[in-house]
Design a binder for this molecule. Sequence first.
Ligand SMILES: CC(=O)SCCNC(=O)CCNC(=O)[C@H](O)C(C)(C)COP(=O)(O)OP(=O)(O)OC[C@H]1O[C@@H](n2cnc3c(N)ncnc32)[C@H](O)[C@@H]1OP(=O)(O)O
Length: 484
Amino acid sequence: MTDRIEDSPLYRIANPRSIAIFGASNKFTAMGTGILSSIKQMGYDGPIYPVHPREETVQGHKAYSSVLDLPETPDLAIIVLPTPVVPEVMEACGQKGIGHAIVVSGGFREVGPEGAALEKQLNEAAARHNMRFLGPNCIGAVNTHFKFNATFLPCDHPPGFIGMASQSGSFITQMFDYLGRYNLGFSTGFSVGNEASVDIVDCLEYLAKCPDTRVIALYIESIRRGREFIDAARKIVPHKPVVAYYVGGTEAGGRAGLSHTGALAGADRVYDGVFRQSGVIRAHSIEEMFDICWCLGTTALPRGNRVVIQTHSGGPGAVAADACARNGLELPSIEDQTREKLAEYIPSTGSMNNPVDLTFTKRNLDYFVDIPNVLLQDNNVDALMVYMMMPRRMVLMVAETTGVSMEEAKTLAAQFISDQSRQLADSMRNAKKPWIGYSYYSAESDFIQKLYEAGAPVLPGPNRAARALGAMHEYGQLREKLSK
Ligand SMILES: CC(=O)SCCNC(=O)CCNC(=O)[C@H](O)C(C)(C)COP(=O)(O)OP(=O)(O)OC[C@H]1O[C@@H](n2cnc3c(N)ncnc32)[C@H](O)[C@@H]1OP(=O)(O)O
């Protein structure tokens, strides 16, 4: 692994200063046209050179009939052409001196011997000119901080902190919307396809050095360079967490991977061993992988496994307690001095055991931010899980506390919810111990939406929150072990 990100074979694939695109046309439905639209829509401001056999212009850009005629040597070629012509186009790009490419076209190794022969020709053309490329049979790459989206779906989410490499293109593009719902996003995402030139290990090494990436997510159907993967991950994990979702350990999953990217899967427990040795956290679903990334990227790491749960009502507290126990987390008793401080806020109908149950207190409107901060100061506590909900009675509480009319109270309550969410999110991000929210309310709830907007990790339900917290604890231990 080289030290400089600029030396990575992926650097100019993710940060190209100029682009040649093959397969974009004046037909809106061509896949290449979709990629050209995404590049423009994201605000990429480098020169774009469409290469087209007949057209003078493509989507408003001057087109060139041969790559050899381009006025400069672009950093990157994006190839979205029918399979048989791809090797000769790669050869022409090499002759022009282009160093990097993204090959979106499918129909190679994944379809059988004929495709494998074409992939061999593609590799030979690239090797003749020292070119490195992503794909073939991939969905492209996105670098939100560089305003570069070379996939055929628009990326509307703001620049994020999750760096992802995926052996499925869908788990890059279809996650734009999924992550956006929580105000999360990719820093950089690579769809690696058949990995003929750059592979998941190269992506891992790139993302480790990427300054905009706080946590690395991997969707894996097979790892070809197993030893290199383990060695690279062991060096990265002490500095940056890596979370992987592996599919293929079952017979059905393995068969699906083979026809998807031509990858050969291994038994589930083999991958368990690979991830354990590498210090990589294993997730068991896409949602779980992003939950863990979300928490690792936004809150402090726990020093131990002792969790205090704060709830408004018994059920969500009990479920959280159960989920914590299933994820290797303990629920300690809180200290006497904490109880004394909480007495100011918690009515006699509540409970100061763990879970701490506030019931529906109306004593002090500041309790949203005050109580969690009191709990986090407790020496028996390594992490906090809070059931996030805004009582429907908030308008009534505001009206009663301030003595204004109901109409005015509605406006004041909306302002109060907005202020509280911002303060809560700030406290969650700045706390020295992890503080994770969970809720059954959806993003349509004003309160939860505002928390997302302010960057707070509020997971959908206690089971997902406890799993993420358990994984954070696991990461803390792995990091310590691998740092020695
Ligand atoms: C595994 C994962 O994770 S996701 C997998 C992602 N990849 C895929 O799904 C790709 C699957 N599909 C393919 O591979 C297809 O071959 C594609 C999408 C690459 C190309 O299909 P189409 O868009 O139908 O290509 P089409 O034949 O229309 O060619 C596109 C344009 O390139 C032009 N073209 C053809 N040859 C060349 C050439 N040598 N140089 C430049 N342009 C050319 C065509 O004339 C056409 O333009 P036009 O519409 O103005 O005539």
